[in-house]
Design a protein around this ligand. Structure first.
Ligand code: PXL
Length: 276
């Protein structure tokens, strides 16, 4: 049997809803074989931040080569990379690899306020990793941060931000409008046209790991051979279902439900294409 392979280079989120754990659950749901490079271990919940434990470059390198030598990779995503050293190392590794589908989720701050990228790592993210991306998937605060604190308050602003980030080098930019009011609109831009993806807004606070899950679903669909717009549309349906059926355990912000898309019949999303 042949199965496509997806790699996540990201942090371990002990709570299970975000990071490597969200990625693997999503890969499994979408029937791709998941591999992992753990960059840091995050032990925080809404009650207490017990710590972030970054892995050494040696550990990151050993994991990358272990996967490359044996299983191989059809698509990869990066999530929490935490330090500028890890970002530079991963960027150099991607350059010498033959992996074609590179999804960069520029993870900066978690839903419960944990800093997941060190302050001095932003330049490496912008200058070294971003130009290698097939697609980068910032939320509104991340897009704003990438653009020297540009204000983003509307769908029109999402489009401007997508275009400006595109100038930094990635092939596609997906700016997610999760923090707007009204329908949940995300903007995908390829340098020539905008795809506006719209789904109903789901009124819940339980969206921990939503960004990880969305970008993991894009990665899985790219691994299976979809084009970027096709992969993003499928992933938008996946994340909408996962948020609609999100989970709440004991306290605080709960995770999205990774199995929801396979389990329930969802209506999907509408797509409008606009020329630049
Ligand atoms: O959702 C962002 C995120 C990414 N990666 C790790 C995390 C989180 C948020 O909790 O812990 C490892």
């Amino acid at each position: 049997m042949s199965i496509k392979r997806a790699l996540t280079i990201a942090g371990s989120a002990a709570r299970g809803g975000a990071g490597i754990q969200a990625d693997l659950k999503t890969f499994q749901e979408l029937d791709v074989f998941g591999t992992t490079v753990v960059t840091a271990i995050v032990a925080s919940n809404s009650i207490k931040r017990r710590g972030i434990f970054p892995q050494s470059l040696e550990a990151v390198e050993a994991q990358l080569f272990t996967i490359a030598e044996d299983v191989g990779t059809d698509a990869l995503k990066t999530g929490m990379l935490f330090t500028k050293e890890i970002i530079s190392y991963v960027a150099d590794w991607i350059k010498q690899s033959e992996v074609k589908n590179i999804v960069v989720d520029p993870v900066m701050i978690g839903k419960i306020g944990t800093a997941l990228l060190q302050e001095d790592a932003m330049e490496a993210m912008r200058n070294e990793l971003l130009p290698l991306a097939t697609i980068i998937t910032p939320n509104m605060p991340e897009a704003s941060y990438l653009l020297d604190n540009m204000a983003i308050n509307s769908v029109a602003d999402l489009k401007v931000a997508a275009k400006k980030i595109h100038e930094l080098g990635p092939k596609y930019v997906l700016v997610k409008g999760g923090r707007l009011v009204g329908p949940a609109v995300d903007v995908l831009y390829d340098g020539e046209q905008y795809y506006l993806l719209e789904a109903p807004r789901i009124d819940t606070i339980h969206t921990n790991g939503a960004g990880c899950t969305y970008s993991a679903a894009i990665t899985a669909e790219l691994a299976k051979g979809k084009t970027v717009p096709e992969a993003v549309i499928e992933a938008k349906k996946f994340i909408t279902a996962a948020i609609r059926h999100s989970l709440s355990f004991k306290q605080g912000v709960g995770p999205t439900y990774h199995a929801a898309y396979g389990k329930y019949n969802e209506t999907g999303c509408t797509v409008t294409v606009e020329k630049d």
